[in-house]
Design a protein around this ligand. Structure first.
Ligand code: PHE
Length: 451
């Protein structure tokens, strides 16, 4: 049952514990795991990136999940409302606003890649790519991503799909869809991983993933890994705060955060075990860009029997992964309009969908019509990704940690955690991490990584 909010209105709530966990894992697992993580691992030198990533998951990612879930559940508010509710009259709501801005920018490029995935899903099912060799596949990807309106249309379709789920509500829409899609996605990934690992020459790729290159162990890689933790755990964007706000008092936040965090890491590694060994098996040095999963993986599938089946399965999985993530992102913005402005869910979802589509156009056209526009040598899509992941998310996360650890205070946090959890030692460790490790660690990595 929803709890009373203001003016006697009922606020929504998750229907079951597993419904919440699957929805939150579904939000965390997305293009960040399947498209971004393998790319970052390869760029960051394989094992070196992986070590830094796992360290940051434990020290920063998991405590930050606890921090955002507690903030949401305590206040039962959207991202911006959570801050202003705990410190009314102060400027802390600005942190919520920064998170909302970040989520908007992410949606603008994320929906473009999700749209590519949709196009490839349709194309694979029709068997269009299965006869193409590597050169033809590259050509196809270039033609598609440079196309004047196909990517924008696909992004529009994807945003529309997202909005229709969000408009149906938290339990009825988001929870139901996530419960169905997440298990299907994991199953597909496991099948693909075995396929990939048994390719000839794949083992080199798997080994390379665990062998750290000492030269790559530096602060730049650490900043990239921190950005990846934030992106992948959906932190600093208000998504976890918002999902936490639909959580009941009895739920065990530290335990659920461990489950959510490790599921996300597990699925990212699974995806890397699909992509990287496949790259090695093809015998090409992992030349890596946004097109890698669209070109290289298809190339691999085409060397196997039934290429269209493997490709369709893969793009189906990728589309599911992206959808449960865009749902969470849109919910951040919808929750704000519903809580604070008293808009109806359907109106908020529809209007935001239109705004997001407009914002997505530069990223959709940046490969083709607008490819003369470069920001610091990057395409619009890449630049938006870097700006958000390596700056806006860690800054929003840092400010949230200062707010939770020092302004709201560890006393109230510990009290909040004790509501559903009996593990007081674990809770104490986590509150200490929120107060000290998060702000100091993130400030250090941000400052040195950027300089
Ligand atoms: N974590 C998602 C991913 O890895 C992205 C995301 C960010 C989803 C913010 C929801 C909110 O793809």
């Amino acid at each position: 049952m929803g709890r009373a909010l203001v003016e006697g209105q009922k606020r929504e709530e998750w229907q079951s514990r597993w419904g919440f966990i699957l929805a939150t894992v579904g939000s965390a697992v997305g293009l960040g795991n399947v498209w971004r993580f393998p790319t970052m691992v390869v760029r960051g030198g394989g094992g070196a990136f992986l070590i830094l990533y796992l360290g940051l998951v434990l020290l920063i990612g998991i405590p930050a999940l606890v921090m955002e879930l507690s903030l949401g559940r305590r206040t039962n508010r959207n991202t911006l409302g959570a801050f202003s509710h705990l410190r009314p009259g102060s400027r802390w709501w600005l942190v919520g606003a920064l998170s909302m801005l970040a989520v908007f920018v992410v949606l603008s490029f994320y929906s473009v890649i999700a749209g590519w995935s949709l196009i490839y899903l349709v194309g694979s099912t029709a068997g269009i790519f299965s006869q193409q060799g590597p050169a033809a596949l590259t050509e196809t990807f270039t033609r598609l991503s440079e196309h004047p309106f196909l990517p924008a249309m696909a992004a529009a379709l994807f945003i529309g799909l997202t909005a229709s789920v969000v408009a149906s509500g938290v339990a009825h829409g988001i929870e139901r869809v996530s419960k169905a899609l997440l298990p299907a996605m994991v199953l597909l990934l496991v099948v693909l991983m075995f396929r990939s690992l048994f390719l000839e020459g794949a083992l080199g790729g798997a080994l390379w993933l665990i062998r750290p290159d000492p030269e790559a162990l530096n602060l730049q890689t650490a900043l990239a890994a921190l950005g990846q933790v934030f992106f992948s755990f959906s932190l600093g964007m208000g998504a976890v705060i918002t999902y936490g706000s639909y959580l009941s008092r009895g739920s065990d936040i530290p335990r659920n955060s461990l489950i959510i965090g490790f599921s996300d890491v597990g699925i990212a590694i699974l995806a890397a075990l699909v992509v990287v060994p496949a790259l090695f098996a093809l015998g090409i040095s992992p030349e890596i860009g946004p097109g890698v999963i669209f070109v290289t993986l298809l190339g691999i599938f085409n060397t196997l029997p039934f290429p269209a089946v493997w490709a369709s399965l893969f793009f189906l999985m990728l589309t599911f992964a992206a959808l449960t993530s865009t749902i969470a992102m849109l919910e951040v913005l919808v929750a704000y309009l519903v809580d604070e402005k008293r808009w109806s869910r359907s109106l908020a979802s529809t209007l935001l969908a239109v705004l997001i589509l407009v914002a997505a156009l530069p990223s959709a056209l940046g490969q083709g019509v607008l490819n003369h526009i470069e920001i610091a040598g990057l395409t619009i899509l890449d630049a938006a990704d870097q700006l958000v992941s390596n700056l806006m998310l860690p800054v929003a996360g840092l400010m949230t940690a200062i707010f939770v650890g020092w302004v709201w205070g560890t006393g109230p946090v510990a009290l909040e955690l004790s509501l559903g959890s009996t593990r007081s030692r674990l809770s104490r460790l986590i509150t200490l991490a929120i107060r000290y490790i998060l702000p100091i660690g993130m400030a250090y990595i941000l400052i040195t990584g950027i300089l």
